[in-house]
Write a protein that binds this ligand. Sequence first.
Ligand code: TPP
Length: 530
Amino acid sequence: MTIAEFIAGQLFNKGVRYVFGIPGGPSIPYLEAFRKAGIEFILTSNESAAGIMADVTARLTKIPGVCHATSGPGATNIATGIGGALLDRSPVIVFTSEMSDKMINRTTQMNIDHQRLFEPLTKATFRLNTSNVREVIENAIKISLSSYPGPVHIGLPADIADAVVNNDPVTEHTIEEPLHDIDLNRIVTLLENSRSPILAAGLTAARLGVKNELLQFLDKYRIPVVLTPMAKGLLPEEHECYAGVLFHSLSDYLEDLYERTDLIIGLGYDPVEFNYESWVPDVPLVHFDMKMTDMPSSVNSVQYIGIPEEWFKMLGHLNKSSIVFQKNIMEGIRNEMNAVFEGFTGHFGPAAAIKALQDELPEDSVITADVGSHLHLIGQFWKTGNKGKVIMTNGWSGMGFGIPAALAAQLNNHEATVVCITGDGGFLMMAGELITAKRYNLPVIIVVFSDGELNLIKVKQSWKNIAPYGTFLYRDDLFASEVFLGVQVIRVDSYESMRKAVIEALSADEPVIINAVIDPEDYQWLIVKR
Ligand SMILES: Cc1ncc(C[n+]2csc(CCOP(=O)(O)OP(=O)(O)O)c2C)c(N)n1
C-alpha cells in the first residue's frame, strides 16, 4: 500500500467523507487515493474557505474535518481557516504539500517553512517521512480530538506519496494533563451559600452538548442563565431562566442581573470568546471546564476541572431553598430588549430583515452568520427555539466565515434549510465560493445585508467621534444584476419583499442570493459600546 492510499484508508475508517481544498501538482496521488477510498475531494475557490468548511464539518459530525493545500500560497491561504479551528476549538487535520527533503532547504519556487507557519496556528505540526506515517496519522487524529479540540498540521514531502508504507512501530502520543489542585471546600462553600447565582454557559458546554443536563438542572434550580455567542441554542430563548447572550446587541441590559448576583458560575465557559474580567461583577466566580483557564488575578475565582457529569454533580451543592429567583427582573430584561429590537422593525434595517427571515424560515433552519454588526443582532435576537441552530465564529472572528460555513452545513445535511446571513464586506471576501455552491448543487440561501459599508468599524469610529474612513465599500447596488456567478439574485428593500424573497428562495433547489438593501441606522443604537 502506498502512503497516499494508507492515509486515505485511515481517514475513511475514522469516518472522514470529504477533504476540502485546492490541489497542486504534488497533491495528485493523494486526490486519487481519496477518490478510490470513497472520500470526495471538495474543490473550493480559495483555500481559506476549505479550512472553514473542514472546521464546520468537524463541528457538525464530531469527526475531524480534513483539508488540503499546496505549498507556499496554498498554505498561507488555508492558514486563515486553521486559525479559526484553533480558536473556535474544532478538530481539523490540514495536509499541505512540502518540498522534498532534497529541496526543502533550497531557494525554490513556493518554498516556505510550513512547520514554522503552522506552529502557532495548530496544536501540533508534523512532517511526514517514509517511516513515521502510521504514527503521525494516528497521533494527529488523537491530538485534534483531545480537549480543547483543534487543528493539527501534517506536511507531505512532495516525493513520498507513492512510496510503500512500512510497518514501523507506532509510539503513541500521550496527552499530558497537568495536575491541578481543586479547592473543593471553597467551591462547595460558595455554592451552598449563594442566594442569587448566575450561570454563564459557554463554548465548551455547547460543544459537549449539555443541553439536556442543563434543562434538567434548571428544572430543579431556577437561576438566570446567560450564554456566550457560540453557546447560542444551548437554552431555548423562551425558557424562563434564559436571560440573554453576552457581548452581543443590547447585552448591557443584562447588567441589571449582575447588580443582584452574589456568585457567577461559569459552565463550560471558554474565555476565548469573552474574557471574564470584561463583564463579571465583583463577586466570586466558580469556573467549570475540562481545562484550566488563564484567570486574571483581578477575578476572585476558583476552578473546577472535570467532565460535565461532575460539573452538574457539584452544582447539586447549590441550596435550592435559599436561592431567590427574580422572575420579574428576568422577564423585565427580556421584554425590554425585545421591545427595543421590535421598535426598529418599522423601517427596512437589519432588525426588520432579521424579523422577515425569522417569520418565514422553518424552525429547524441552520443559520450561519458572518462577522460584523449583523452578527451582534443575530446573536441576541435570532430565536433558535428547540430546533434551530446558529453556527458562527467568535473565538477567531474572521470575516468570510458565513458562506463556507453554510456550504459545509448543507453538504453534511442535504435536507436541511441552510441560510447564511452575511454583511456585504464578508460576502465580498468569499463571493467566489458561490461557484462551489453551484458545483456541488448546494441549495443554500445567502442573505447579504447590503449597507455599502463595513458597518461595525464605522460604528466604532463614531464612538470615537471620528468620521467614517476606510469603511466605505461601493456606490449604487452591490449586484446591479439578477444573476451573480450564475446564481439568482433577489433584491429586496422592504419587510414584505424580503418575506416574499425568502419564500421564493425556499422553493428553489439551487443556491439563491437575497440582496437585502438595508438602512444600517439600527446598528448605531443596538450595538453595545465596549
Ligand atoms: C478577516 C477579518 N478582517 C477584518 C476584521 C475586522 N472586522 C470586524 S467586523 C468588520 C466589518 C464587517 O463588515 P460587513 O461584512 O459589511 O458587516 P457589517 O458590520 O456591515 O454587518 C471588520 C472589518 C475581521 N473580524 N476579520
